[in-house]
Design a protein around this ligand. Structure first.
Ligand code: ARG
Length: 464
């Protein structure tokens, strides 16, 4: 098969060289974006008089035919034609004759591929933002039902202070809120057009970059043609934002895995999000959560990959940059899949409120309450800490918890203790009293949930 750039070459490449150099096996994912970019380009060529209306019309009709075939997955691509651009151009020419060759006027594959990826990523990031919003909605609904569900809060994975389960869930809500903001910030830099930058230096044809940008709904154009074709920072930003999101999902997964273990029994995952063991009939494994935790690794890897690919490249385009795509596609799929699964997993999980609440009664996580109690009565906090520390030790030796001590035992430690100490020690009271801004007190959690609802509504408007 004759190469479209074959003029300067005398030898044909060995087949394996073709295959090694080709990107069609993966960049066919961009078929619709490539056509969309070409449709905008040809409309611009016609508007500026670079092509006649008649020529442009023929090309556009051909492109739309290819589009409908692509949507039905009827196109078959050839490795010999290297990439999506050359494959489509060759199909176009087969379809409408030599006039198809005029489509590439004033354009290079370098600005073409950059355009395709901007179009692709813009679409996918909007999907991701919508999915994040859905996951947040699920979290919010769960949180609303569990404002007064008390559970142990941990530091160092040791029981620290009792908290509201809703507060724990809402911690993730706000992490996802920031992830969403990062994606939206990223969108600003994705939503600009590289088209018309040419190979690197612009073109001699009187093109109108603003017009093609407008047709593709881009907010503006890259100011510098060399920058437009050679940077991939918009993808790096996407991979980095996705890495942070996956880190959040992975931590949450870890908690889901712990909570659904026999040791915690705080939640039970729905059967559809767990699997059994082929050998141990009693098992119900939190596979989906484990997989999301595991897949975080490939997303980090994709980020490191692209950073490394670009770090030594002189301006402008270099073939190394063809390696920017697979990690991007893989990350898009991983993030979308993980978000979908996660929302379903949270929506369907059963919360064992009794187990959570019972566990707050069988530990020393109310020790801070005692120290606060004493310092409220004038004892310096350090001293109060010491008194309570001794009481905890006393309980450990006696084999009981603080709430099991008699008032006499309390008063032996400090005269400041009175009958109301038992109320203070109740884990529910402990949670309720943490009414500082952003704290776990029931009132604060309710306030936070109301604020969160406002955030969700805002986003629904912005991704339209
Ligand atoms: N397949 C190429 C890529 O993905 C398209 C751009 C090729 N440009 C070039 N001058 N070889 O990067």
């Amino acid at each position: 098969m004759k190469k479209l750039w074959g003029g300067r070459f005398t030898k044909s490449a060995e087949e394996w060289v073709d295959e090694f150099g080709a990107s069609i096996s993966f960049d066919q994912e961009l078929v619709l974006e490539d056509i969309e970019g070409s449709v905008a380009h040809v409309a611009m060529l016609s508007k500026t008089g670079i092509l006649t209306e008649e020529e442009a019309e023929k090309i556009k009709t051909g492109l739309l035919q290819l589009k409908s075939k692509a949507e039905k997955e009827e196109l078959s691509f050839s490795v010999k034609l290297e990439d999506i651009h050359l494959n489509l151009e060759s199909m176009l020419t087969d379809l409408i004759g030599p006039v198809g060759g005029k489509l590439h006027t004033g354009r290079s594959r370098n600005d073409q591929i950059a355009t395709d990826m901007h179009l692709y990523l813009r679409k996918q990031v909007k999907v991701i933002v919508t999915l994040l919003n859905e996951l947040q909605t699920v979290l919010l609904e769960k949180a609303e039902r569990h404002i007064e569900t008390v559970m142990p809060g941990y530091t160092h994975l040791q029981r620290a202070q009792p908290i509201s389960f809703a507060h724990h869930l809402m911690a993730y809500f706000w992490m996802f809120e920031r992830d969403k903001q990062r994606y939206q910030e990223n969108l600003k830099r994705i939503n600009i057009s590289p088209l018309g930058a040419g190979a690197l230096a612009g073109t001699t044809f009187p093109i109108d970059r603003f017009y093609s940008a407008e047709l593709m709904d881009f907010e503006g154009i890259y100011e510098n043609s060399m920058d437009a074709v050679s940077d991939r920072d918009f993808i790096i930003e996407f991979l980095s934002t996705s890495s942070i999101l996956m880190m959040h999902l992975s931590r949450f997964s870890e908690e889901i895995i712990l909570w659904s273990s026999q040791e915690f029994k705080f939640i039970e995952l729905d059967d559809s999000y767990s699997t059994g063991s082929s050998i141990m009939p009693q098992k119900k494994n939190p596979d989906m959560a484990e997989l999301i935790r595991g897949k975080t690794g490939r997303v980090y890897g994709n980020l490191m990959g692209l950073l490394t690919i670009l770090k030594g490249l002189p301006l402008a385009y270099n073939k190394d940059m063809q390696e920017d795509k697979e990690g991007m596609f893989d990350t898009v799929k991983t993030v979308i899949g993980s978000l979908r699964i996660f929302a379903g997993m949270i929506a369907t999980m059963k919360v064992n409120t009794n187990v959570m609440e019972e566990s707050t009664k069988n530990d020393f996580s109310n020790a801070t309450e005692l120290a606060d109690y004493l310092s409220n009565k004038g004892m310096p906090f350090r001293e109060a800490h010491e008194v309570v520390g001794k009481l905890v030790l006393y309980c450990v030796n006696k084999g009981c918890y603080l709430q099991n001590l008699s008032l006499a035992e309390f008063r032996e430690a400090s005269e400041l203790f009175e009958e109301d100490i038992y109320h203070v020690l109740n884990p529910k009271t402990a949670v309720q009293r943490r009414n500082s801004a952003g704290g776990t007190g029931f009132k604060q959690v309710e306030l936070a949930i109301n604020k969160a609802k406002l955030c969700l509504n805002e986003i629904k408007e912005s991704v339209k």
